[in-house]
Design a protein around this ligand. Sequence first.
Ligand SMILES: *Cc1c(COP(=O)(O)O)cnc(C)c1O
Length: 229
Amino acid sequence: MSAVDIVSNIANVQARIAAAELAAHRPRGSVCLLAVSKTKPASLVRAAAAAGLRAFGENYLQEGVDKISALSDLDLVWHFIGPIQSNKTRPIAEHFDWVHSVDREKIARRLSEQRPLDRPPLNICLQVNISQEATKAGLHPDEVGAVAETIAGLPNLVLRGLMAIPAPATTLAAQRQPLAALRELQAKLALKHPTMDTLSMGMSGDLEAAIAEGSTMVRVGTDIFGARS
Ligand SMILES: *Cc1c(COP(=O)(O)O)cnc(C)c1O
């Protein structure tokens, strides 16, 4: 994958997002593009930033922290979207702007305690196991309300919304069902927690379905940076 390919991939993804916004009668620009750069070198992130992207998602802590420091001359917004071990929260709290993969109160408390006071509050999305798969990370939908309540009371976090990775599905209707369930849960919780303005759902394979169901942030890796080995 060269920098030139990245520029045309980004244009393609942005065109898909614009078409999906239009099809869903949603305002142009209502969906943010989070470029998922896990396993890809800092040089490709730099190329994507030169093409206009600002928000990048990382799954692996050390790799993410290395890229953040290699690219500190750029004005980027970094999102942690991978599994979190409770003894690894400090570097996340210190280096990232958002965390999408919070799925237990203990992690949230540690992130709040460890957030440096000279940085703005850390933006948090709760990860929901919306397809209720036995092996998947994320809160059961019935647990989300109580954890949202706790996070809303923590001083150095701001609860922004929900994130999910639905089970793969082949038809559009099957893709949309869990995405709709996440949207409904988000809408219900946002009545109580007005800072919840973010619905983090949609990846390379289902971003059209996610935008049709109200996603405000799609997380796209493969269709920007190419397949991961
Ligand atoms: C890897 C990853 C993505 C990107 O997936 P693609 O199918 O490559 O677009 C999105 N979200 C999460 C949480 C991921 O781990």
